[in-house]
Design a protein around this ligand. Structure first.
Ligand code: GTP
Ligand code: MG
Length: 81
């Protein structure tokens, strides 16, 4: 079962969801977000701060928060809430 299938099973009744992408720098978080969005993955730069992408899948809206992992650009949890 794919990621979207798992989410649908867990949160059947909720139409809008947030996914927080966290991990070490260079671990492939942004690549996954681009793949899910069907975007070009050939040129990827390190994420500074964070980016939010919205993916619509059937009746669901996923807000994906892609957080940069580099120590030089720390993102505090309070900034995201
Ligand atoms: N070989 C290989 N390279 C990958 C894979 N996923 C991502 N990459 C490469 O790893 C590099 C870093 O990918 P990103 O998606 O920018 O990683 P990130 O976790 O978003 O990095 P930060 O934004 O710095 O936190 C890029 O050059 C990608 O092309 C993978 O599954 N295999
Ligand atoms: Mg990134």
């Amino acid at each position: 079962m794919g990621l979207l299938g798992i989410i649908r099973k867990i949160k059947v009744k909720e139409k809008e969801m947030c996914i927080l992408m966290v991990g070490l720098d260079n671990s492939g978080k942004t690549t996954i977000v681009l793949k899910v969005n069907g975007k070009d993955m050939s040129v990827i730069n390190p994420t500074l701060g964070f980016n939010i992408k919205t993916v619509n899948y059937h009746k669901y809206s996923l807000n994906i928060w892609d957080v940069g992992g580099a120590e030089d650009y720390p993102v505090l949890l309070e900034e995201l809430l």
